[in-house]
Design a binder for this molecule. Structure first.
Ligand SMILES: [Zn+2]
Length: 422
C-alpha cells in the first residue's frame, strides 16, 4: 500500500458529507412502512433460491426485464440502483454468476414498502474471465419483502466485509479485458478503461521483467482485477486517515477454499483504488507500478523490504517520491528500520525510510539481482520462534550482504544526506 491520500480531498469530502444533512423545508416524514413479524419456513428459502436463480440467469443472459422482475417494483430508487448493477454486470466478462442462500438469524433491514420481511444469508458467487482462475464468493446484504404473494428484493446493500471486491456494485462502471487482467473504471472517470488497460499492461510487463528472478511457488500468470472505481470495500482501515493508502493490493480466495493453504486456493489478485485519494490508479503511474510490485514481488519478506522495493520500482530511484519536503525531518528522525508490528504508525516516514534502505542496498551494494536473491533467501535465515519477519532482518543481512543492521541504518541515512535540498 502507499501513503499519499491528501488532506485536501478529505476536507472536500467532509464538506460533501456536511451537505447531506436534511435541509429545512424538505418533505415531512412519510408514515413508517408496516412489516409484521414473520417466521420464515423452508418454502421461503426455496422461493428465494428460485428467485435468485432467475436473477443470475437474467444477469448472464443480459435480460434486464427479467433481472428487474426480481426487485420490488414499488421502490423506484431500488429499481434505479438495480438497473445500474445489471448494466455494470453486462460490462464484465462474466464466466459464471450465481447466488447461494443460507439459513441465518439476521435481523431484516428496513425496506421502504409494506410487507413481511425475510433476510437469509445470500452469497454471490462470480467468476470473471481473465481476472479469476476460480469463482469468488462475495457476501451480500439483501433483504426480501413479500409482495403480490411472492418474495422480491426489497433492499440490496454492500456487505460490511474486508477484502471485498465487487466493482460492479455501486455507481456506473466500464471495463476492459486483457490477457489475465480485467480493468474496471468509473464510467465518467478521468481515464477510460481501455486507456488504463494499456497502461496496466505496460506497467505489468515492465515490473514483471524486473522481478523475473523472484522465487514463486508456481509459474502460472497471476489473474488480476484492477478496480479503479469508487465501488467495493478495501481491506480493513487501509484507506482511513490523512495517511491512508492510495491503493491496496490483495489476493482473493477461490470460493469454498481456505485462503493461504496454497496458491491454487487463490482466485486472483486485486489492485483496488482508494476512492478518496487524489493520486488514483487511473492517473498516477507511480501508484500503478507500486501496486504491481506487490503482485509480482517477494512474499516472505518484512514490510520494510516489501514496501521499500515497491517504492523503488514505482519509478523514483533518484528522488524520494515527493517526500523531499521531509528531508530535514528524516535526517533528525530516530535512526531505525521500521518494524512490522508498528508499520504505518509513523505515516509516510516508514515508507521513506524503507525506500531509502532498499535504494541504498540496490544502488550502492550490488544491484537489483543481488537484492532479489536476498529477498528469496530471507525466509531461510529467519530465526525459529521469530514473531514477525522483521526479526530475521539482522541475520538475513549478515548472510546475504555480510553487513549488520547498524550498517544498513547508516547507509540509509547517508542516502538521505545525499538527497538534493529544497
Ligand atoms: Zn505498498
Amino acid at each position: 500500500m502507499e501513503l499519499r491520500a491528501r488532506a485536501a480531498t478529505l476536507a472536500v469530502l467532509a464538506l460533501l458529507a456536511a451537505g447531506c444533512a436534511d435541509l429545512p423545508g424538505s418533505v415531512g416524514p412519510s408514515p413508517a412502512p408496516s412489516h409484521p413479524p414473520y417466521d420464515p419456513v423452508p418454502a421461503d428459502y426455496q422461493a428465494v433460491e428460485d428467485l435468485l436463480a432467475d436473477r443470475a440467469t437474467a444477469a448472464l443472459q443480459g435480460d434486464e426485464a427479467a433481472f428487474l422482475a426480481t426487485v420490488d417494483p414499488r421502490d423506484r430508487k431500488l429499481l434505479d440502483q438495480q438497473r445500474t448493477i445489471f448494466t455494470n454486470l453486462q460490462e464484465l466478462p462474466l464466466k459464471s454468476f450465481a447466488y447461494q442462500v443460507k439459513q441465518s438469524d439476521r435481523a431484516p433491514d428496513e425496506v421502504r414498502n409494506d410487507g413481511v420481511l425475510f433476510s437469509p444469508q445470500v452469497v454471490e458467487v462470480a467468476q470473471l474471465e481473465q481476472a479469476h482462475r476460480a469463482s469468488v464468493a462475495n457476501a451480500t446484504d439483501m433483504t426480501f419483502v413479500r409482495h403480490d404473494g411472492g418474495w422480491v428484493v426489497g433492499r440490496d446493500r454492500a456487505a460490511p466485509r474486508e477484502k471485498y471486491s465487487r466493482p460492479w456494485f455501486g455507481g456506473p462502471v466500464t471495463a476492459a479485458v486483457g490477457r489475465s487482467v480485467v480493468v474496471v473504471t468509473e464510467q465518467d472517470g478521468p481515464t477510460s478503461a481501455d486507456e488504463l488497460l494499456e497502461r496496466v499492461s505496460e506497467a505489468r510487463t515492465e515490473i514483471k521483467k524486473k522481478l523475473e528472478t523472484v522465487w514463486r511457488a508456481e509459474e502460472r500468470e497471476v489473474p488480476l482485477l484492477v478496480d479503479a472505481t469508487y465501488n467495493g470495500r478495501p481491506p480493513g482501515d487501509t484507506f482511513d486517515g490523512d495517511d491512508g493508502a492510495a491503493a491496496v493490493t490483495y489476493w482473493v480466495p477461490a470460493a469454498g477454499r481456505r485462503p493461504r493453504t496454497s496458491t491454487s486456493a487463490l482466485a486472483g489478485a486485486v489492485i483496488k483504488d482508494n476512492p478518496v485519494a487524489t493520486n488514483r490508479l487511473a492517473t498516477d503511474e507511480r501508484t500503478l507500478r507500486h501496486e504491481m510490485s506487490h503482485v509480482y514481488g517477494p512474499a516472505l519478506v518484512p514490510t520494510w523490504v516489501n514496501e521499500g522495493l515497491a517504492e523503488y520500482l514505482s519509478g523514483c530511484e533518484s528522488n524520494i517520491c515527493g517526500e523531499d519536503e521531509r528531508r530535514d525531518q528524516l535526517l533528525t528522525h530516530e535512526r531505525a528500520i521500521p518494524n512490522d508490528d508498528e508499520w504505518g504508525d509513523d505515516g509516510a516516514i516508514d515508507y521513506a525510510i524503507s525506500h531509502a534502505a532498499v535504494s541504498w542496498l540496490i544502488d550502492d551494494n550490488g544491484g537489483l539481482e543481488r537484492f532479489l536473491a536476498f529477498c528469496n533467501d530471507f525466509y531461510l535465515h529467519l530465526p525459529s520462534g521469530a514473531e514477525n519477519l522483521h526479526e530475521g532482518t539482522g541475520k538475513a543481512l549478515k548472510q546475504s550482504y555480510g553487513i549488520t543492521e547498524k550498517q544498513l541504518v547508516d547507509g540509509t541515512w547517508s542516502w538521505f544526506e545525499d538527497l538534493p535540498e529544497d
